[in-house]
Design a protein around this ligand. Structure first.
Ligand code: PEP
Ligand code: MN
Length: 290
């Protein structure tokens, strides 16, 4: 590891690799995040209706996703936008898990909701807007469920890792990081996908990190390319927005793939995930021969 990186991240020792801890693998139902297999989480931005969620869940499972995403509590930039179905959304997610076997990841926005969301979700998502909400981080960490921590849109890598440290320090080792793009001067895309953050975090941290090409791009046309770049940067997986009819989605339709678009993205990833598997086999071999 680069010597000076230790200085940059001196206040978050728990997230850094050590001789004993090179890679954390988070196990959720029968899925491993941070292990051998590249993991795809997919589903709508918001849980809207039973038919919307179930159709999406069945489709993404058939296409190779192993975790279903969907917001029941939505952090919206406008108070007049759809705020999510709340408990009803969580119940629909549980129904989708029952029918498809997919594990569930969904956002929790307030510490008051942690027990409710933890009763339904397999993974609790902490959204970008809450990355530095330390009371929420603590409450979520302590509920015992795995945590998906999204990078704040104006958070440096050090800020991000400090929030990760907070989860670990509150007794929860099952933490997955997520790069979802940051704010820059660029306006043609919704956010700027910080691929170097993924590469850097893979080098210095034992924590799994996934990419969110949907929020990074803000435009569905760019999602497959950013997904392929994430594999090349050594991300452990993806979280992608998918909807039966994105133009009618109640949130984030512009960046959401339809079913055919998701299938196309998954197909276009295959050569990249095959290379990744190859590189890992070779890496393991090199280690074995010393
Ligand atoms: C989401 O996943 O739908 C979401 C709101 O993401 P972020 O917190 O990254 O904006
Ligand atoms: Mn969204």
């Amino acid at each position: 590891m680069h010597a000076s990186w230790h200085d940059c991240f001196a206040d978050c020792p728990g997230v850094l690799k050590t001789a004993e801890r090179q890679q954390t693998v988070v196990r959720v139902r029968d899925v491993e995040i941070g292990g051998e297999t590249f993991v795809t989480m997919a589903g709508p931005c918001s849980v809207e209706t039973e038919s919307q969620l179930l159709a999406t869940a069945h489709h993404v499972r058939r296409a190779g996703a192993s975790i279903l995403r969907g917001g029941a509590f939505k952090p919206r930039s406008s108070p007049y936008s759809f705020q999510g179905l709340g408990r009803e959304g969580l119940e629909l997610l549980a129904q989708a898990r029952e029918e498809t076997g997919l594990a569930i990841v969904t956002e929790v926005m307030s510490e008051d909701d942690v027990p409710l969301v933890a009763a339904y979700a397999d993974i609790l998502q902490i959204g970008s807007r809450n990355m530095e909400n330390y009371t929420l981080l603590e409450a979520a960490a302590r509920c015992g469920r795995p945590i998906l921590l999204k990078r704040g849109m104006v958070a440096t890598i050090a800020d991000f890792l400090r929030s990760a440290e907070c989860v670990l320090a509150n007794g929860n080792p099952n933490l997955i990081l997520c790069e979802r793009g940051i704010r820059t001067f660029e306006t043609a895309v919704r956010n700027t996908f910080d691929v170097a953050a993924i590469a850097l975090i893979k080098q210095i941290s034992h924590l799994p990190i996934i990419a969110d090409p949907s929020h990074a791009a803000g435009r569905r046309e760019l999602v497959p390319a950013l997904a392929r770049i994430a594999v090349a940067a050594e991300a452990d997986g993806l979280i992608v927005e998918v909807h039966p009819n994105p133009d009618k989605a109640w949130s984030d339709g512009e960046q959401t793939l339809d079913f055919a678009g998701f299938d196309g993205m998954m197909r276009s990833l295959e050569p990249y995930t095959a290379l990744r598997a190859d590189a890992r086999r070779k890496g393991a071999l090199m280690e074995a021969v010393g």
